[in-house]
Design a protein. Structure first.
Length: 128
């Protein structure tokens, strides 16, 4: 997949996405920081990229124009950084660890992430 990172996302997203095999470009490397959203959308559509953003405007533009391209991947979170959002043990994290640790050094593994499971009673479910 070809992914265009919007200016409101860190270029740090490039590494974990490329580690998963995606082609990644950041708008800061391609166009004006003051470019209107519709210009970024046009570039992405023409180049065959999807737009990865933290901005609500891109989805609104796509809906208002009834457009079919580019696709918009919209992330809504208070911490839109790969350090927070990328799951552990991806190819990106392994590459980061190799750079940070000298050969032969061992990095302690992180404790498991606690999960909470809520029981679902059969009477809570509706079937059509």
């Amino acid at each position: 997949m070809k992914i265009l990172l919007d200016l409101n996302l860190s270029p740090e997203w490039r590494l974990p996405l490329e580690a998963q095999g995606h082609v990644v470009a950041h708008w800061a490397d391609l166009g004006s920081p003051s470019a209107p959203d519709h210009e970024i959308m046009k570039w992405a559509a023409d180049a065959g990229f999807i737009v990865f953003t933290h901005d609500l405007d891109f989805s609104a533009i796509l809906a208002a124009t009834q457009g079919t391209a580019p696709s918009v991947l919209q992330m809504r979170t208070q911490a839109p950084t790969p350090a927070v959002m990328v799951p552990r043990h991806t190819g990106w994290e392994i590459a980061e660890e190799k750079r940070a640790c000298p050969a032969g050094a061992k990095k302690p593994s992180a404790p498991p992430i606690p999960r909470q499971v809520f029981p679902v009673e059969s009477e809570d479910l509706e079937f059509a």
